[in-house]
Ligand binder design. Structure first.
Ligand code: NI
Length: 171
């Protein structure tokens, strides 16, 4: 296992639409293991494969608190089947937009279909932080970032800031 570099805004790869995984085999294991290791190291509660430069529909999530045992979930080809009319608001962040946080309103509950790393078809219903995290990560697979859900003024400001920083770092 190894920690992979995380792509940072405004890397254009973050805007790619990721491809479905055609077949779930053990070939995916090194990527999924690296995604968990990278996510825990950051630390973060969710990571999409495109954030480590792999445009495949794979997400890792663990919303367990620090004082709880780890609860890793790997989702392959996740799809939102249903979302509630009721909304909830969380202050979101993203490992690709370090140290920037903003309130985002999303459906409070979702039902998600996905394939797990053993190739089994699964469904889960989530609420609270997990529901927000699932929607945030599934957005990444469509090339969407949480800043797309905030005001245009705030979005333009953060994109400008990260674009300047990337130029300064010679990225
Ligand atoms: Ni993110």
């Amino acid at each position: 296992m190894s920690i992979r570099p995380i792509l940072i805004l405004p890397d254009p790869k973050l805007r790619l639409v990721s491809d479905p995984v055609a077949k779930v085999t053990s070939d995916l294991s090194p990527l999924i293991d690296d995604m968990f290791e990278t996510m825990y190291d950051a630390p973060g509660i969710g990571l999409a494969a495109i954030q480590v430069g792999v445009p495949q529909r794979i997400v890792t999530i663990d919303t367990a608190r620090n004082d709880e045992p780890r609860k890793p979930i790997a989702l392959i080809n996740p799809e939102i089947l249903w979302s509630s009319d009721e909304l909830s608001s969380y202050e979101e962040g993203c490992l690709s937009i370090p140290e920037f946080y903003e309130e985002v309103e999303r459906p409070a509950r979702v039902r998600v279909r996905f394939t797990d790393r053993d190739g089994s078809a699964c469904e889960m219903e989530a609420e609270g932080l997990l529901a927000t995290c699932l929607q945030h990560e599934i957005d990444h697979l469509e090339g969407k970032l949480f800043i797309d859900h905030i005001s245009r003024l705030k979005r333009e400001r953060v994109v400008k800031k990260f674009t300047k920083a990337a130029r300064r770092d010679g990225a």
